[in-house]
Design a protein around this ligand. Structure first.
Ligand code: ZN
Length: 701
């Protein structure tokens, strides 16, 4: 038995104020701190339930008080799980994760709390609350109701049964996709068949071959090792293999085989998902009806910015009709190039990626390596900080001697125009495959809220996976890495420039899911703004600016095949929405013919009859995007239109840019989750969002 008191004394996770002491947090701190916190929180929760008052302070503030210690004890742990993983941390994390989830469910499904929130909503206090507080109360009520809390006992029993079945079905769905993906491989032995494959794919495919041989033969002596130069190469249906293979393999028959395998993944045999789809859809309809909604799309939209299905469908149709002709032209271009290159057969689906890549090479080929020397992290940060200074009047200042989780991590303070410190952020810029997960994200380290009568300033964690410095060269970024940094910084701005004092609505908290990418994608737009980009793109050795032809190529690449890409995303979004609205899973039309019906409106090259890509559509059958896939486009419309406000004001007019920037800051960034996103957008833009700017940026208007 360990001595509990000594484990708790001096445990950095039990701090109750200030920044986490990252340098001191050890995996051994996790379990004792979290268990101690859970025990005291449960006591506090029970005490609250026993004596709850239907007032703002009595319910909402009391709940926030329960949450707050987790900000110090659990947020740093889940953050470190992503950026400084180790077997010890993983074990500690997994030991308490279930208990954390259980406590969260216990609190969110508490009937006394639900009743008190409802009384607050219906009582006399209601009219004394600010609009932000009203919004918080209503959202809490809605979340509780969507979790089934208000149902009669028998309905709730069925509701929970459905939840269990759906969870099992989606786990199986996802496992089937995984297993079906693993089950297929194409081994290429003849170097002639590997013609066209780029060296990165050859490397991956040779490695994949060697790994599969090891697995098959166990300890036995294995056949000759594959090499990237002479094979054999093993092609799989994983994206890093499948994608470049279709783009580059010159052997048309092999492309066809791989393509056909891809579109019939998890659609037959032991990993068949075909029957699960209507089952999942039926259960979702039943769940929606129990909750009093017409269909599952209505449940999904209840918590989103889009008002109803009609609004989403209208967006689909505007984008679709504007993209069609351009996509027809895209396909014609490919046909012409294929014919001119001696291809006699009609263009098929397995040819599209291949010829699109050849056309790209002839039109504006450039590589990451050509651009890198112009984007050193230091100059990019200078450019980014000077942009946000011009737009929002804020100043970013580097701070030394802050406790961090890795020596490469930096810390900055943000000051407003009056010189007041308003927020801070960590930046963890580089890829570190040994203990850091891939991708990029923004985490909320501390939220703006009132603690003991004074404001706790928001602190963000911005995490990227950019190329680290090599030798005496600085970190040289690809253009995509620059865009990603701007993207995450946009999320960070909304978290940090909030002026809301209630943690449930400050920063990105409480922002509707289909609006949360607005500030992030908005910031990406500035990477295509010539003065902004040229202001930070200078050769790290010679200082020479980015050559104009490279800038023009970056611009051209942005709109290349934009109509075709748009239609592809619309096919996913429209199919998702149609399956969850107006479709009868027990009726005559199969899900596959519905998919085909949507493809008739969105695929210039008709969909193949055997296409079963729905059987691998994990976003909507095993993820959270059901009746929500449209959100990708919805948020793009918002962010492009927000940038359009700056274009309308005149990007060359410094004063207009700064005025528009202040407006953006004082609406979307500062109010964040405190007001409905449509209301905020209208306050910023003076009207409802329009897809015009998105189409224009894509060269489709
Ligand atoms: Zn994002």
């Amino acid at each position: 038995m360990s001595d509990t008191t000594s484990e708790l004394a001096d445990n950095p996770l039990l701090a109750t104020e200030g920044l986490p002491d990252f340098a001191r947090i050890e995996p051994s701190h996790v379990v004792p701190a979290v268990r101690h916190l859970l025990a005291t929180s449960l006591e506090r929760l029970e005490a609250l339930e026993a004596n709850i008052q239907p007032t703002w302070e009595g319910v909402i503030e009391a709940l926030e008080g329960l949450d707050r210690p987790f900000e110090h004890a659990w947020q740093p742990v889940s953050h470190l799980f992503g950026v400084k993983n180790s077997p010890e941390l993983r074990e500690a994390y997994e030991t308490v994760l279930g208990e954390i989830v259980e406590f969260g469910l216990r609190a969110s499904q508490s009937e006394p709390i639900y009743r008190a929130i409802k009384e607050l909503r219906d009582g006399e206090v209601w009219n004394t609350l600010s609009p932000t507080r009203k919004r918080i109360v209503e959202k809490k009520l809605l979340d509780a109701e969507l979790s089934g809390i208000a149902l009669s006992e028998s309905d709730r029993e069925r509701f929970n049964e459905i939840a269990g079945e759906l969870s099992q079905l989606s786990t199986d769905f996802s496992n089937h996709v995984l297993d079906a993906t693993k089950a297929f491989s194409l081994v290429i032995e003849d170097p002639q068949d590997a013609e066209g494959l780029p060296s990165s794919l050859r490397q991956l495919a040779a490695q994949s071959y060697n790994e599969s041989q090891q697995q098959e033969e166990g300890g036995e002596e294995s056949a000759a090792e594959a090499t990237p130069e002479s094979g054999p190469w093993r092609i799989t249906l994983d994206h890093p293999s499948f994608g470049p293979f279709l783009q580059h393999c010159c052997n048309r028959n092999l492309r066809e085989r791989v393509y056909r395998a891809f579109i019939t993944r998890a659609a037959e045999g032991e990993f068949d998902n075909s029957d699960s789809i209507p089952k999942i859809l039926s259960l979702r309809v039943e769940k929606a009806k129990l909750l009093g909604y017409e269909d599952f799309a209505a449940v999904s939209l209840a918590t989103k910015m889009a008002e109803n299905v009609a609004a989403v469908e209208q967006m689909f149709e505007t984008l679709r009709s504007a993209s069609w002709n351009s996509a027809v032209q895209d396909l014609d271009d490919l046909k012409q190039l294929a014919t001119a290159s001696g291809c006699e057969e009609p263009l098929a689906h397995w040819d599209v990626a291949f010829w699109a890549e050849r056309l790209r090479e002839t039109r504006f080929d450039f590589t990451d390596e050509q651009l890198r020397p112009y984007f050193s992290l230091e100059r990019v940060l200078d450019g980014l900080f000077s942009l946000v200074n011009r737009l929002f009047g804020i100043t970013v200042e580097s701070v030394a001697d802050v406790s961090v989780w890795n020596d490469d991590v930096r810390f900055f303070n943000i000051h407003n125009e009056a010189g007041e410190h308003v927020a801070s952020f960590y930046l963890d810029p580089y890829s570190r495959p040994e203990n850091k997960r891939g991708g990029a994200w923004m985490d909320e380290c501390l939220s703006r809220r009132i603690v003991d009568g004074s404001v706790q300033l928001p602190v963000a964690q911005l995490v990227c996976n950019s190329t680290p410095p090599v030798g005496d060269k600085p970190s040289l970024m690809t253009f995509r890495e620059v865009e990603t940094l701007f993207h995450e910084f946009g999320h960070g701005l909304q978290h940090m420039l909030t002026t809301v004092d209630e943690a449930d609505a400050s920063g990105i908290s409480g922002v509707e899911w289909d609006a949360v990418e607005l500030p992030s994608q908005f910031m990406e737009n500035w990477c295509y703004h010539k003065p902004t980009l040229l202001g930070m793109a200078a050769h790290f050795e010679t200082g020479e600016p980015l050559p104009d032809d490279l800038f023009q190529k970056i611009l051209a690449a942005r709109t290349y095949r934009a109509g075709s890409m748009m239609l592809r995303q619309l096919l996913f979004g429209m199919t998702d929405m149609a399956l969850h609205h107006g479709y009868d899973p027990d009726g005559d039309e199969t899900v596959f013919s519905l998919h085909e019906r949507m493809a008739e409106k969105t695929s210039v090259l008709p969909m193949r009859a055997e296409d079963r890509t729905l059987c691998a559509f994990q976003h909507i059958f095993a993820g959270g995007y059901c009746a929500g896939y449209y959100s990708y486009k919805w948020a793009e419309v918002l962010s492009a239109d927000a940038f359009g406000a700056f274009e309308d004001a005149g990007l060359d007019n410094e004063r207009a840019v700064s005025e528009t920037g202040r407006q953006f800051r004082d609406t979307i960034l500062s109010a964040g989750g405190g007001r409905h996103p449509m209301e905020l957008f209208k306050a910023f833009r003076g009207r409802e969002p329009s897809p015009e700017a998105l189409l224009r940026h894509n060269g489709l208007s």
